[in-house]
Design a protein around this ligand. Structure first.
Ligand code: AMP
Length: 280
């Protein structure tokens, strides 16, 4: 496995690979890798000849009061994990390499990105679409793997790729969970054991609402009210949103359509913002 740090190194490798007819599967990440990321890398290895993982804590997707500075970073640990999981290249540029002084070009998706995360994190998806489009341009992948854990992110990326006719196949990997049900996230590192116990109300709620839906409940207000009620049981949790939406458009559903509904939750567990979701 090779680690590349500059745009020109990555572009040269991508050009050589593509002109030799090799396919590239790309996994964009912000590092502090866990088994969820590694599942993406392992899936990538089954989809193309060569796997490229990017590790870059992208400043433009963090709001001014968010955790950009304290976001966990561990390049050495990440490299070892990527190699074991089957990556061939790590692309880990500096902030100045991707956003030199005077940088002024942004990509915004203006529909799917608007609700849910778009409301409480207004600059987030503008940063995500900008960095992903930029990385696609540099890495030249045939396909790219994203986690269902960030369901709105995948939907936004799919829309951007369709709208801009980008020649990249988007593949979604199911959410990887810890043994206790909590979705793996680099931000779980912020949680104390007590906060982690409280956070478990999130996956428990998703499962409880899934069970209600499976028993035939179709009324969106009933399902979301019950989810809010279950989360409210935990003193340390403050709900940001609970929403039943169309998984492609992120628009609210009037009635549950089994097989085409996403229950999405965002909540503060004390100072840590967590998101999770389930397809119903
Ligand atoms: P991040 O480093 O948090 O930006 O995530 C990089 C990629 O890993 C994104 O496509 C995420 O959706 C995905 N990812 C993060 N956590 C999980 C998880 N628990 N299961 C599956 N994919 C995940």
């Amino acid at each position: 496995m090779q680690t590349l740090r500059t745009v020109s190194e990555m572009q040269n490798v991508a050009r050589e690979l593509r002109s030799a007819g090799r396919t590239i599967a790309f996994v964009p990440t912000m590092g502090a890798l866990h088994e969820g990321h590694l599942d993406l890398v392992r899936l990538a290895a089954t989809k193309a000849d060569v796997v490229v993982v990017s590790i870059f804590v992208n400043p433009t997707q963090f709001g001014p009061n968010e955790d950009f500075q304290r976001y966990p970073r561990d390049l050495e640990g990440d490299s070892a994990k990527c190699e074991t999981a089957g990556a061939h290249y790590i692309f880990t540029p500096t902030k100045d390499e991707l956003y030199p002084a005077g940088y002024s070009t942004f990509i915004t998706e203006e529909s799917v990105a608007k609700p849910l995360e778009g409301i409480s994190r207004p600059v987030h998806f503008r940063g995500v679409t900008t960095i992903v489009a930029m990385l696609f341009n540099i890495v030249q992948p045939t396909c790219a793997i994203f986690g269902q854990k960030d369901a709105q992110q995948v939907a936004v990326i799919r829309k951007m790729v369709a709208d801009l006719h980008l020649p990249v196949e988007i593949i979604t990997c199911p959410t990887t969970r810890d043994h206790d049900g909590l979705a793996l996230s680099s931000r779980n590192a912020y949680l104390t054991p007590t906060q982690r116990q409280a956070a478990l109300a999130i996956p428990r709620t998703l499962q409880a609402i899934k069970a209600m839906a499976e028993k035939g409940e179709r009324r969106v207000e009933r399902l979301t009210a019950e989810a809010t009620h279950l989360l409210a049981d935990q003193r340390q949790i403050r709900v940001i949103y609970v929403a039943l939406v169309d998984p492609q458009t992120m628009q609210p559903l009037r009635e549950l359509e089994p097989g085409n509904a996403l229950l999405a939750i965002a909540a503060w567990v004390d100072e840590t913002r967590l998101i999770d979701n389930i397809l119903l």
